[in-house]
Design a protein around this ligand. Structure first.
Ligand SMILES: Nc1nc2c(ncn2[C@@H]2O[C@H](COP(=O)(O)OP(=O)(O)O)[C@@H](O)[C@H]2O)c(=O)[nH]1
Ligand SMILES: [Mg+2]
Length: 662
């Protein structure tokens, strides 16, 4: 399990969630006590920095680290998508600077080739200080630059070669395109959006057949693989094809440790061309870290940081399963939010997900950037706090409207104990910063309080799973509506259609890599969210209670229902992944492989069919599938109710327990 530690070992596991740039990693640094200027671990910045999962365990002994890497096939795919984007932008007549950007920075996957291969714009400058300022002022510091002039020349030569090949491929594609456009009677440059889509499809199909395109990707992949040679072989574990899987390291020397581990998490521009950051899947670190300002024995913490919640259109978007499947491992779920723009779409989506899944009692809120909260009417700390708490209350009220009064109350109960305010935590917190020091200490106390064991469930809610049809109907209906919208197939959902290249990329992720999302396109997470939302409402109103009804707004009531919601949520992750992805792999591969004009529509129709099979609407689509799905869900919820300490109508817990024991 995440944390590498067992439950009940006195360690509090903290999962950091929040918008990209909110300050998650900054707060984590404060809790592990790494120096913001000298050590700078893990990396922070205004840009999207944390792209892998990072876990830090505060414990005695040596400093140790384990780094795992993204498999070769996925890296190759990222490279292919980057090269394709660069070629397309070149055909569209973008300036060189933009073509380079497309090549070196994947727009959706936060995969930055510039970190690994270098950035020609920086390398062409003999003195790159000026450009560095433009990149990110914070990536400068005391970190040493490892790259010699000779190496810089080599990097630049390789990059110029790749760019020349991209330009060459773009030229060939363009000629091909002009011919196709003439045949289709489309005037290049004046093409309508739909015509442009057709032309782009042609470019992709033509490149897929072009050996030069593939050998360019292979050359870049080889170049990328060479960067692993900076690692010490003895600590490296490789897969059969020689691609590194895992690297580990241990030392008692803190400086050496930080310097070494930073190679995997750094975004330090002077080392572009040598950084391994984009290849890293996860980093787990353990060691005698402790915050300077914490006076007693070092707190026992496991801190889990990861990619922020980017690209959320509105609070009804689904969070990635990589975030939600960790909820169950966490004792505290720390929502980090920027106090200067509090409670926007992403944090609200987090609140909704926590409430629906019964995890809201784990919530701790940390508002960073408190130093930036300003306004004519915001004089004094109390007014500034009130202003932020006000926006939290509004979010809680909005959730109350759709999830019920109990949910609203349980969120409101978090104030004031579970909300902290932090000023200037990106810097070292000096003794005179009494307010923030007080809040940080309070934060640790609050986190540690989350591992106090709760007593056994007092009250048992009783349900009748025969009443689920309506909930499942609503959820599946909404799921199909949403995806018809995304696929541009006409829908009432109001969801905007996505560009076909993104849909195609999604089918590739699902079919070839068994990854359940592409950017914010998340069918597996959507199905989980929609089912969980409906089922949580079903669970909010039990038929009756045993041995007696708890009072309406009592915490006991909430605890009992939440326990069952958590069970459901956990199981829905498996069910949704199995039905939408694992049982449909060949269907996704087929959907991806359609080529030629009109393939976009064929692909969309394929997907609608895959979704209908994965999550049929009960009673509306006659046939055994729909019922089988409903039965499976009933079974899942019945199990969750029992495991979560509830009861089913016409069923006795005493009998069940005696059967289990015998
Ligand atoms: N002024 C101010 N800036 C902060 C504070 N906390 C974080 N930052 C800055 O916010 C930016 C994003 O922080 P980061 O930890 O990388 O965000 P993450 O994406 O949530 O991990 C960085 O530039 C930090 O220096 C704060 O309390 N005050
Ligand atoms: Mg971060």
């Amino acid at each position: 399990m995440p944390g590498g530690k067992d439950a009940n070992d006195g360690y509090a596991r903290v999962q950091f969630v929040g918008t990209t740039g909110a300050g998650k990693t900054t707060v984590l640094r404060q809790l592990i006590g790494t120096d913001p200027n000298k050590e700078r671990f893990p990396s922070i910045s205004a840009a999207k920095t944390t792209i892998c999962d990072i876990e830090v365990i505060l414990q005695e002994g040596n400093f140790s680290g384990v780094v795992t890497f993204i498999p070769r096939a996925r890296i190759r795919q990222y490279i292919a998508e980057c090269v394709l984007a660069a070629i397309t932008s070149s055909i569209e007549g973008m300036v060189e600077r933009d073509v380079i950007r497309k090549f070196l920075e994947h727009s959706e996957q936060r995969f930055r080739l510039s970190y690994i291969l270098g950035n020609p714009l920086l390398l062409r400058e003999s003195d790159n200080a000026e450009l560095l300022d433009e990149e990110d002022e914070e990536v400068q510091g005391e970190e040493e630059s490892l790259i010699s002039q000779e190496e810089r020349d080599d990097l630049l030569a390789a990059l110029e070669k790749y760019l020349a090949q991209i330009a060459e491929l773009a030229k060939v594609s363009h000629a091909h395109l002009a011919q196709a456009a003439a045949e289709l009677d489309i005037e290049l440059g004046k093409a309508s959006k739909q015509d442009r889509d057709i032309l782009q499809e042609l470019v992709e199909d033509q490149l897929a057949e072009d050996d030069h395109f593939h050998s360019l990707i292979d050359a870049i992949l080889d170049d990328v693989e060479l960067r692993f040679s900076y690692l010490n072989d003895s600590e490296l574990e490789c897969s059969r094809d020689g691609w590194p899987i895992k690297w580990s390291f241990s030392t008692s020397d803190r400086d050496q440790f930080i310097r070494t581990i930073n190679r995997f998490s750094s975004n330090y521009a002077p080392n572009y061309g040598r950084l391994l950051t984009p290849l890293v899947e996860g980093i787990r670190v353990a060691g005698p870290f402790a915050p300077e300002w914490w006076e007693t024995e070092s707190p026992r913490l496991v801190l889990m940081d990861g990619q922020g919640i980017g690209h959320i259109a509105d609070s009804s978007s689904s969070l990635s399963t990589s975030v939600t499947r960790r909820f169950k491992f966490a004792d505290a779920i720390m929502l980090v939010d920027n106090a200067a723009q509090p409670m926007q779409a992403a944090p609200c989506a987090v609140l909704q997900s926590l409430v629906a899944s019964g995890h809201e009692s784990k919530l701790v809120l940390a508002f960073t950037h408190f130093d930036e909260v300003k306004g004519d009417n915001l004089i004094g700390t109390a007014a500034r706090k009130d202003h932020i708490v006000g926006s939290f209350d509004n979010a809680a009220r909005a959730i109350g409207k759709s999830f019920g009064r109990e949910s609203e109350l349980s969120l409101l109960r978090l104030n004031p104990d579970r909300i902290v305010f932090l000023s200037n935590v990106q810097k070292r917190v000096e003794a005179k910063a009494r307010f923030t020091l007080f809040e940080l200490n309070r934060l640790i106390d609050v986190i540690m309080s989350t591992i106090t064991p709760v007593g056994p469930v007092q009250y048992r809610p009783i349900y009748d799973v025969a009443n689920l049809v309506l909930a499942v109907q609503k959820a599946t209906q909404e799921f199909h509506d949403r995806w018809r919208g995304i696929l541009g197939m006409g829908s009432r959902s109001g969801v905007a259609p996505e560009h076909w290249t993104r849909i195609k990329a999604l089918t590739r992720r699902l079919g070839n890599f068994q990854i359940d999302e592409y950017d914010a396109l998340r069918p597996v997470a959507d199905l989980i969210r929609l089912l969980q939302t409906q089922i949580s409402q079903f669970l909010n109103s039990p038929l009756s209670w045993s041995p007696e009804i708890p009072s309406d707004d009592s915490e006991d009531r909430q605890v009992a229902i939440d326990t069952i919601k958590k069970e459901v949520f956990d199981r829905l992750h498996e069910l949704s992944r199995t039905r939408v992805l694992e049982e449909k792999v060949s269907g996704w591969v087929e959907a991806y492989e359609h080529r030629g004009t009109g393939s976009t529509r064929i692909r969309a129709r394929d997907m609608v069919r895959l979704y209908e099979e994965a999550a049929p609407i009960p009673n509306e689509m006659p046939g055994p599938d729909a019922n089988e799905f409903l039965f499976e869900l009933r079974e899942l919820i019945a199990q969750s109710v029992i495991e979560g300490g509830g009861e089913l109508l016409g069923w006795s817990r005493t009998n069940y327990e005696s059967v289990i024991e015998s």
